[in-house]
Every structure is written in C-alpha cells, then in structure tokens.
Design a protein around this ligand. Structure first.
Ligand code: DGL
Length: 282
C-alpha cells in the first residue's frame, strides 16, 4: 500500500499495538534498547481480549488501528502481541511498506535452556492453536516435550491491574500446576500480558523453573532492523512515548500509571479516530 508520507524519515515514531496493555511489557524493553526513539502505543482495551477471536477479525482490527498510526506517521511497527503476530503478521507485511516486527513464544531459546526437555508455553487460545506455533515447535524443539497451555482469563487480570490477588494466583496455579506435574522446568511467556505476572508465576513455579520472556530479544531485533534500514533516530534528546487506547480510558489510564509511571497519560483512540468504532464483521 502507498503511504502519504516518506516512512524512511529517521525522526518519525515507531508504532506498537496490542489488544490491551500487555504490549507495555515489550515497550519497556524497547525504551531501554532505544532511548532516543519516539513510540506511539495503541492498545485495543475496549475490544480486548483478542485471544479467542478469529484470525480474520484480528487482521481487520489490526488494519484499522494501523491506519490511525499511519495518520500519525510511523517508520516501523511492532506487533507487541503474540496473538496478533500469529494471526496477522504475514498479511500486514504483504501490504505495508515499513518494517514490521512481531513477537512469538520463545520456543527456540527454551529448547536450549531446558534441562529435562519439558517446556510449558503459556499463551492465548488463538496462539496455542496457530499454525505458526506448530511450525516453531517443528523447527526448533523436535526433541523436547512442548506443552501448550491456553490461559483464558489471565490477560484480563492484567488489564484490571489485578496483579497479586488470590484470584489471579489461583488462575495462574490452575494453568501452571498441570505443566509442573508433567515435569516442565522451563516456562515460556507466550502473551505480552504475562510478564506483568512473572513474579507471581515464579513464586508459584519455584526458583528452579526458568521463565522466558522474548521482549528483550524483540527490542534488540528492532534496533538491528532500524540500523540496517538506516532509520535509527539520530537526535541526542531522549525519546517520548504516547499512549492510546480504545474504549473508556479511565481504567487503562489508572493501570498505565501503575505500569509506566504517574506522569504517563492515556489518550482516547475512539475520540481521535472514530473509524475504530466500526467493528469488523458487525
Ligand atoms: N497480549 C496478547 C498476546 O500477546 C493478547 C492477549 C489477548 O488479547 O488475549 O497474545
């Protein structure tokens, strides 16, 4: 698709999308790796979760949100969502000119780190049933036992800012106990919401279990890609972040302040870009 601007301008921002606030875990790694870049984060909090929706719905929704990001002029896009990467990254790459970086469950590093050859993957229903995850397992973990665990409800606890309640701990337990019972010594966080629950997951799994979050690797890869395209920001000043969400911004705004800091401000996407009120298939 032809853009109305030249995306090869190093001073432009990098867009990042997720179904909700989970992508902030990726954004925080990108901020560390790329201190001079500007980021525009868009979370579809009003329509989250995406994890049980169809590929077609997710593709349409990503395209709507990306149109907003294009209106703000971006030079690259990070799909800070495993579910959307599995459902839409191929389509988006075939239609958009700028670099698109996705995130996938870290099966390959897990296969290297596991001692006993048993790996649990915590992810959404859409990710655990996707052909992309099957292909990751076939390519990188043929000799290991990979247990894919769909965790419906877990992202909602993060969206609600409910990181440490007994309800959240109970849910985590219900998903990881069966993995531990089968001997998993490595757990892959295959949804960008789950790093915000990493302390609780580690506490329940115990110190001997290795937990892997692919976000730092995504941030490193993004940096390499910007360098190779010649579009790394060259300004000496610190970069800025802008945060947008669909739906009522009051709760996401409170959770954002807890996750990012008291000065972070959440903007309403529905008011700025009414196209997002049009829901795919409705
Ligand atoms: N944060 C998302 C992921 O990485 C999606 C969670 C959801 O919307 O179900 O998969």
């Amino acid at each position: 698709m032809k853009l109305s601007y030249d995306w090869r301008d190093p001073s432009l921002a990098i867009g990042a999308i997720d179904s909700g606030l989970g992508g902030l875990s990726v954004l925080s790694e990108m901020r560390k790796a790329l201190p001079h870049e500007d980021f525009i984060f868009a979370g579809d909090c009003g329509k989250a979760p995406w994890g049980d929706r169809s590929d077609f719905w997710i593709q349409q929704r990503c395209q709507q949100i990306i149109q907003f990001l294009e209106s703000r002029r971006i030079k690259a896009l990070v799909i800070a969502c495993n579910t959307a990467t599995a459902a839409a990254v191929d389509l988006l790459r075939s239609t958009l000119p700028f670099p698109i970086i996705g995130i996938e469950p870290a099966i390959k590093p897990a296969a290297k780190l596991t001692r006993d050859g048993v790996i649990g993957v915590l992810a959404t229903t859409r990710t655990t049933s996707s052909p992309r995850i099957k292909s990751l397992v076939d390519r990188f973990a043929k000799g290991e036992k990979i247990i894919l665990m769909a965790c419906p409800g877990l992202m909602d606890q993060v969206e609600a800012g409910d990181f440490h309640s007994s309800l959240t701990r109970g849910l985590i337990r219900s998903f990881i106990d069966p993995l531990l019972a089968q001997g998993a010594d490595t757990l892959v966080l295959g949804c960008t919401h789950y790093p915000f629950l990493a302390d609780e997951i580690q506490g329940i799994a115990g110190k001997s279990v290795t937990i892997i979050d692919p976000s730092p690797a995504v941030a490193r890869f993004l940096k390499l890609r910007l360098e190779s395209e010649g579009i790394l920001a060259s300004r000496p000043a610190a970069g800025k972040e802008e945060f947008w969400c669909t739906g009522d911004p009051s709760r996401p705004s409170r959770v954002l302040k807890r996750l990012w800091g008291p000065n972070a401000h959440m903007h309403s996407l529905d008011s700025a870009w009414p196209d997002l009120l049009r829901i795919p298939g409705e």
